[in-house]
Ligand binder design. Structure first.
Ligand code: SF4
Ligand code: FES
Length: 381
């Protein structure tokens, strides 16, 4: 367990803060983990409030701040916010698409002490990448941005979200990361929340493709030892056990939305009935320790069987609450991605079926859309 929260030895201190500074973004990726109802610019927290939030995070024991969005460089105060992280000794990671105004702000971000850059790449072939991201001419901007990151001496991680539209390019992503001078590559199979859930049939690869991609990554890890670290996130629907989503509910991470709601994970708002506290009404410490959303699924008391008596319950913390809600209709159920869940076979069958069908067109991420999540206990019926 990491450092303890003051006065509450039963509550671990958070190590990471995901600061969703804005939902504005020039890209429109169909697997975006942002909610379907995106926050508008008019409701975004101001600079001083973000600075207070970061100060409180530091006091709570947070070590890493992920400056995210949307596209965080769309904010005019991104440099000031990054400087605040540096002044507080918080390790700052800019999670960016590298397009729009990102390049023009990079030098200033470096000058105030930005620590790390995580750049998204949607594909290797430019035409494919730009179709997935829904933005023409994005690929050359990303290349130029990556070159500048490396020139400045900032550590660069490439993040590639893998799905049936680019799974044939996994080898290419690895070559691209080496060519760009990245230190790390994330080969992250799509997690089906937010927009990805809406687009699941368009994104779901088949099991043979997934297995082949894992073999490619394993071979490259050997070949590139000491040169490139490759993180692999396998797709839940084909996994044996789920991952500890967000490091376990209310154990490691806090996610602050552009309007200042504090969530235990980025998709928590999909769970009906949870009460989220707001940074303008409560301190971050109060929210972390006592807010109803954070206490709802912290620890193991809320678990049902088979999690309740499983010896992995403090390893994966029962998997993902949001996925349990989406697939089982009950956020306290065992994540159906787990092979011990009574619903697992149905989930697997659903993935196999969707992967075998002709993919529908993408539903692109859009602010102000009226897209609604299609989930309705689809495997629990
Ligand atoms: Fe994890 Fe629950 Fe599955 Fe056990 S039963 S492996 S605790 S999700
Ligand atoms: Fe919410 Fe996994 S995304 S717990």
């Amino acid at each position: 367990m990491n450092a303890l929260t003051p006065n509450r030895p039963d509550v671990p201190a958070p190590v990471g803060l995901l600061a969703e500074l804005t939902h504005r973004c020039p890209l429109r990726c169909p697997y975006c983990s942002n909610p379907l109802e995106l926050d508008r610019r008019s409701g975004e927290l101001d600079t001083a409030t973000w600075q207070r939030v970061l100060t409180e995070a530091s006091g709570l024991g947070v070590l890493h701040v992920h400056l995210s969005g949307g596209e965080p460089t769309a904010r005019n105060d991104i440099v000031e916010i990054t400087k605040t992280c540096a002044d507080l000794g918080l390790y700052s990671n800019l999670i960016t698409s590298g397009v729009g105004g990102a390049l023009s702000k990079l030098q200033a971000l470096y000058d105030v002490g930005l620590d790390h850059v995580q750049l998204s790449v949607q594909g290797v072939d430019a035409q494919n990448a730009e179709k997935i991201g829904g933005l023409k001419n994005a690929q050359p901007q990303k290349f130029e941005f990556a070159a500048k990151v490396v020139e400045l001496g900032l550590p660069l991680t490439l993040n590639s979200v893998i799905h049936r539209g680019n799974i044939h390019e996994v080898e290419g992503f690895i070559d691209l990361a080496v060519k760009m001078g990245a230190k790390r590559l994330e080969v992250a199979h799509t997690q089906y929340y937010g927009w990805a859930y809406v687009n699941r049939a368009a994104l779901m690869p088949d099991k043979a493709q997934v297995d082949a991609s894992i073999r490619i990554v394993e071979a490259a890890r050997e070949r590139l030892k000491g040169q490139l670290v490759i993180d692999l996130v396998v797709p839940d629907y084909y996994a044996k056990y789920p991952k500890a989503c967000a490091g376990g509910w209310g154990r490691k991470l806090m996610n602050v939305t552009p309007q200042g709601k504090v969530l235990p994970c980025h998709a928590a708002e999909t769970i009906p009935g949870l009460e989220f506290w707001h940074v303008t009404e409560h301190s971050l410490g109060e929210i972390w320790r006592d807010s109803p959303a954070f206490t709802a699924y912290r620890g193991t008391d809320w678990m049902q069987e088979p999690c309740r008596s499983c010896d992995r319950r403090e390893k994966d913390w029962g998997g993902c609450r949001c996925q349990a809600l989406a697939l089982a209709g009950d956020a306290a159920a065992t994540d159906p991605a787990c092979s011990l869940s009574p619903l697992h076979a149905k989930v697997r069958a659903l993935a196999v079926e969707e992967a075998a069908e002709t993919p529908p067109d993408y539903v692109y991420r859009t602010i102000g859309s009226n897209v609604r999540s299609p989930f309705k206990e689809e495997v629990n019926s």
